[in-house]
Design a binder for this molecule. Sequence first.
Ligand code: NAD
Length: 439
Amino acid sequence: MRIAIIGTGYVGLVSGACFSDFGHDVICVDKEAAKIHDLEKGVMPIFEPGLDQLVARNAEGRRLSFTTDLAGAVDGAEAIFIAVGTPSRRGDGHADLSYVHDAAREIARALTGPAVIVTKSTVPVGTGDEVERIVREAAPDKPTWVVSNPEFLREGAAIEDFKHPDRIVIGAEEEQAREVMREIYRPLYLNKAPLLFTSRRTAELIKYAANAFLATKITFINEMADLCEMVGADVQDVSLGIGLDRRIGSKFLHPGPGYGGSCFPKDTLALLKTAEDHHAPLRIVGAVVQVNDARKRAMGRKVIRALGPKPRGKTVALLGLTFKPNTDDMRDAPSISIVQALEDAGVKVRAYDPEGMEQARPLMPKVELCQTPYEAAENAHAVVLVTEWDVLRALDMKRLARTMASPVLVDLRNIYPPEEVAAAGLKWQGVGRPSVEPT
Ligand SMILES: NC(=O)c1ccc[n+]([C@@H]2O[C@H](COP(=O)([O-])OP(=O)(O)OC[C@H]3O[C@@H](n4cnc5c(N)ncnc54)[C@H](O)[C@@H]3O)[C@@H](O)[C@H]2O)c1
């Protein structure tokens, strides 16, 4: 099947590469000429494990190509996916749908025959209706069907998630559209990935409900961690103790510095706005957003406390800056608020991240970015583990302790065994667990 993908970001590029790997004929479109130019040369605009090989293999097989020419890509395509960004609208937190609406208008102008238009971007309930209206108005004589097919992939594991999804949600009102979607996803269906057909509005809401639920789970365990610290309990055991209950499940119960990234923060906010507009307030989600926002800066204060009574002029080394491992995405990363809180308190910040430093640089211009974790830790008064990259999971604690001005590890992901850190001569301080002094 011939597929056009509008928007070649995380979702568009991964979807396009995977669809072409299934044997479809895919053209990925982006407005950014530099991005397309790089992709044509095999240079990936994002860091995502395995993506460069997948793109190279399918580009060589002539199933995958890149262009800035939207009209050329839409001409003859049976399915056109909209995978453009839907950031928070400045000022009010609603999803900014201008990119989606613009893409719909451009697609409508370029249509040459019947096509299914699929919204893969995360969009509020009712957006499919508006896309349909825009397309019908601009191309009244072209048979089109507008479908919602939200994407659930995780950055850092995007290809695996796309090829082995827990489910594929398809919101379609007409059988012709369902048929085209079945054909597109047939390779996954053969592998028994459940295809869930719903109404278009339901599919749009499923995506937000899923993200809000996961954000709630993270925020729940983070608050529980705070309580553990106050009562001398251990959140790791609380997490295990509740997670083993199959009704609860162990995923997303790891305490940390708060959720960030390109999806949870903006999607929880946009869901609240939708709920407000429809007079059905989501109070739980509202509390989650507030608690998470406050938490990021509170983590900065936690680090400041670890520096003792006079933090001003001291140095902190942050290890890991991206919002999670295996991505270079810095959008709404907790590290940004932590740096801000530290700098506000007069603390000097040095940092290391395996992939995210280029993206981080403009967001934290005063931070000294270092080439290794050990270089970052030199003469620091505390090392803070912010993101649990694999390369940061087995640091030589004795070496760290030797180079630091005062050996303190603030482990915001609880990945190091406190006793081992203490035995190497550092104070260990985690989240929701008792601290351990060096032995
Ligand atoms: N990043 C994720 O992990 C993830 C996961 C699931 C869903 N989503 C959703 O998918 C959507 C896309 O997210 P992303 O992270 O891939 O965004 P992104 O910002 O990385 O990429 C969007 C791309 O679309 C391009 N674009 C915008 N308008 C265009 C137009 N008219 N024509 C051609 N190209 C255009 C931009 O230049 C950009 O390259 C969002 O709605 C997001 O919420 C993202």
